[in-house]
Design a protein around this ligand. Sequence first.
Ligand SMILES: [Zn+2]
Ligand SMILES: [Zn+2]
Length: 432
Amino acid sequence: MAPFSSLVRSLHRRLLSPENSTPRLLRRCLSASASEGGSATTSASASASAAGYNVGGSTSFMRGVVFYEPGRPLSIEEFQMPRPKAGELLIKTKACGVCHSDLHVMKGELPFSSPCVIGHEITGEVLEYGAHTDGGVKQRFPIGSQVVGAFIMPCGNCFYCVKGQEDLCEPFFAYNRAKGTLYDGETRLFLRNGKPVYMYSMGGLAEYCVVPANALAVLPKTLPYTESAILGCAVFTAYGAMRHAAEMRAGDSVAVIGVGGVGSSCIQIAKAFGASEVIAVDILDEKLTNAKLLGATHTVNAKKEDAVEKIKEITDGRGVDVAVEALGKALTFEQCTKSVRDGGKAVMIGLAATNVVGQIDITRLVRRQVKIIGSYGARARQDLPQIVKLAETGIFNLKNTISRKCTIEEANSAYDDLDKGKIVGRAVVEIS
Ligand SMILES: [Zn+2]
Ligand SMILES: [Zn+2]
C-alpha cells in the first residue's frame, strides 16, 4: 500500500511548486491546451495544468461521499478537483448506483483502504483528458460526450487483459481493490486540506471522478444518465455471468437466486439471451412481483417453499440449465448447486464476507458433472458497448430496474435501506 506519508509528500510537492502561483486565467488556458494534448502540449503547460486546475473556470473543489470506518455514517467532504493522468478522463459525475459491494466495504466485511470514496456504478460527462492521453481515446470520447463507467477498470496491458480476460486484470486487483489507488499506486482524490482519500473503483459518489478510458463506453443521448448508471455494475455483472460464465444459449432454463439489483438484471439478461424459463427466487414477495415485471416466468418465495424442490418441479424434475447465486451466502450457494440439472452450470456472482465457505456434495459434482463457476463483472471494452446497445434498443428495460432516486445527501440512508433489504431493485444517487 502506498503509505499516506508518501502521498502527502507528493501533494506537498505539488502545492509548493512554482506553477501553483500561476494566475487563474492563465492556468485555465494552459489547462485547456493540455487537454487538447497532442504535439502542441508543452511540458510547461502539462505541469501548469497539473498544479492549478479549474473546470469550466468556475470551481476548484468538489464534494464527495467519504467512508471512514465501519459503524460511522458516511460524510460529505470537500475535495480538491481530481486530476486525470495519461489515459484517464475527468468525468462530471451525473449518477451513481447504490450497490451491495459498497455496503460490504462499509460494514467491514470486505477489507478496503480507508478513508475512501465509495460508489462504482456511474454515468457522467467527459470534461478533460489527462496529459499525453492517446488520440484514439479522445476520438472515442469527445469532450462533452455522455459516458458510462464499468466498475472493473482494466489496465489493457497485463497478462489477462492481453488474453481478453479484462475481468481478471491484475493491476485492477493489485492496485484498486488491494490499495484503493489507480495503477501508478496513487489516488486521484485529496480532501481540501490535502489529505489523500482512496478510491473504490473510480470513487463514483462524488461530483467529479477520474476514470481510466478502458473502463468507459459512450452512452447515447437517448439513454438517461440516472437509469443508465446501473449498466456499469449490476447489468455488467449480469451480462458477464450469462455471456462468459454460463455461456448461455437460447432455450436454456435459468434460475436466479436473490433478485435485488444484480439478480433482477440477470433476469433481463437471461431473457435477452433467449431463456425459455426464468425462475426468480427470493424471500420478499415485493422483489418477486418486480421480477415478474422484468420477465421472470416463475417465482419462488424461499421462505415459504423449498427453493430447490420447486425449481425441480418446474423443470420436470431435472433442475435448470443455469442457476445464478447473487447473494454470497453459504445457504444460497448450496441451493444454487442443487438447483442445476446434471451437467448444468451453477454461477456464483454474490460476494460473501471474508471466510464464508460454501459446501458441495463431491460425488454428485463428479458423477453428475455439475459445473460451479465464479464470475466477477465482465470485460469492459468488449461487453460494456454491447450492454449499452441492449439498453438502447429497449431489450434491457432500465426503468423498471431502478426503484429509488436520491440526492448525494441521502446516500447514507440509501445504503442503510439497502442493508435492511428495503430497496426492491436499485437505488441511484443523482449528482448534479
Ligand atoms: Zn456493484
Ligand atoms: Zn490488465
